[in-house]
Design a protein around this ligand. Structure first.
Ligand SMILES: Nc1nc2c(ncn2[C@@H]2O[C@H](COP(=O)(O)OP(=O)(O)OP(=O)(O)O)[C@@H](O)[C@H]2O)c(=O)[nH]1
Ligand SMILES: [Mg+2]
Length: 412
């Protein structure tokens, strides 16, 4: 069993240091609409960004837990499921889809992969049907189970990755609605993906050529842009984009794979660590963030605003070299094939009632010289970039099949 939220359970570790709880402080800005006295947010979802409650008058209050590292709840004794490993066949009719995962060192690639099966499990909370991710080999299953265990039971982050690790996962989704509302296809594919150390994307790394060859074979890319890491020279995004990008273009060009001079990949750009206060607060201030209308009131950058959010991040939030990241993506890929997401692998700290509270949302805290997650993660925009890539790749393949008048590999 995963450490799911039990609405009847009172978690004393979330109490305020003075013995009150966030719900009992009477701090209205932290209460959701329609939840009476005890709900933590007053603001109805609305286009006006000011409706996200302003930070408490004393801005240190909301971050106190993170800074002092003292409010981390004890890690529960009880072990959530890594489900026993079953090696699925993937099914005869399962498509095989190669997706490259790309990002600078420490940008959050491994955490993203660990959060994927969690996001898949949680999908049914807000949608019809379920997504399911399982390993195609015992090793892939072990990797998945370890990631889930880290984030949900140990409530900590993965270690830095060494080298490159290839994996094949079987992914099944709920049947999509067809044209007349019935008879749509049911996504069922084998995902080939790799977890590489960010350094491998850097110029001159001995494994870079091997990694570039993998990216060249991929049909989709998930690109993690980490605005926090971008601020430090060692993890500056552009350094780990440019040289891999030029090598990738050369390889694809050599096999006549460029389309109108650009790379043929579909790309999901994930602006990572959306939950981080140094990203989230400015994003709220500028008005990018709206809250879900359901009882959790989770904050998001609304669908359709992702690209402008990314542009803001590059142009105004980060500056010169981040602008080069944006320019490079636009120069090397077809802009119509790129979509953008404000992503958080670990989500926000939620109240015991499972509601977002702007006065106390910071998820990772420092404890025992480790970063710990205060509540079980509710990932944001982690599954979506993958589902979306699969949909786009599937559409391309169907189009290519129709164009060829036969079943076969997609022509590039
Ligand atoms: N706030 C926040 N921090 C995150 C998130 N994901 C990752 N991090 C932070 O980023 C660090 C690096 O995450 P990893 O997943 O190891 O990053 P990586 O890209 O796999 O790193 P390498 O394997 O070294 O290239 C973590 O230790 C966390 O401190 C997130 O969703 N939110
Ligand atoms: Mg890693």
């Amino acid at each position: 069993m995963t450490d799911l939220y039990d609405p009847n359970r009172r978690d004393p570790s979330h109490d305020e240091p003075d013995g009150t709880t966030p719900e009992a402080t009477g701090n209205e800005p932290g209460r959701p609409e329609g939840h009476g006295e005890s709900a933590p947010r007053t603001t109805p979802p609305d286009p006006a960004p000011a409706r996200i409650p302003a930070p408490s008058p004393d801005p240190t209050h909301a971050r106190a837990g993170a800074d002092q590292g003292t409010q981390f709840p004890p890690v529960p004794d009880y072990v959530p499921s890594p489900e026993p490993a079953r090696v699925p066949s993937g099914g005869d009719d399962a498509d095989r889809i190669r997706i490259g995962l790309w990002g600078a060192p420490r940008s959050g690639k491994t955490t993203y992969l660990a959060a994927l099966p969690i996001a898949a499990m949680q999908y049914q909370r807000h949608h019809e049907g379920a997504w399911n991710i399982s390993g195609m080999t015992p090793e892939a299953n072990a990797y998945l189970a370890k990631g889930i265990d880290l984030l949900t039971r140990q409530r900590t982050f993965p270690e830095a990755t060494m080298g490159v690790r290839d994996m094949a996962w079987s992914v099944q989704g709920p049947r999509k609605k067809g044209k007349l509302g019935v008879g749509g296809r049911r996504p069922n594919f084998v995902l080939d993906i790799q977890d590489a150390a960010g350094e491998v994307f850097g110029d001159g790394h001995p494994q870079q050529a091997q990694l570039v060859a993998r990216l060249a074979r991929a049909e989709g890319l998930i690109y993690l842009f980490d605005p926090i890491g971008d601020a430090s020279e060692a993890t500056e995004t552009f350094n780990f984009l440019q040289s891999t990008l030029t090598q990738l273009t050369a390889q694809v060009r050599d096999r006549q794979g460029l389309i109108d001079g650009r790379l043929p990949h579909h790309v999901s750009v994930c602006v990572a660590k959306f939950d981080h206060p140094d990203i989230f607060r400015p994003a709220v201030d500028v008005g990018w963030v709206k809250q879900d209308t359901d009882e959790t009131a989770l904050p998001r950058v609304p669908e359709g605003q992702g690209e402008r959010y990314f542009q803001w991040m590059c142009d105004e939030f980060r500056g010169a070299n981040a602008r080069l990241v944006r320019d490079a993506l636009y120069a090397y890929f077809d802009r119509r094939r790129i979509s953008y997401y404000a992503t958080s692998a670990v989500g926000f700290r939620l109240t015991p009632q499972h509601v977002f509270d702007y006065n106390d949302f910071v998820q990772p805290v420092q404890a025992d010289r480790k970063q710990r997650l205060r509540t079980s993660p509710v990932p944001i925009n982690v599954l979506e970039p993958l589902i979306d890539l699969e949909e786009r790749v599937h559409r391309d393949r169907s189009r290519a099949r129709r164009a060829n008048g036969r079943f076969g590999r997609k022509q590039r």
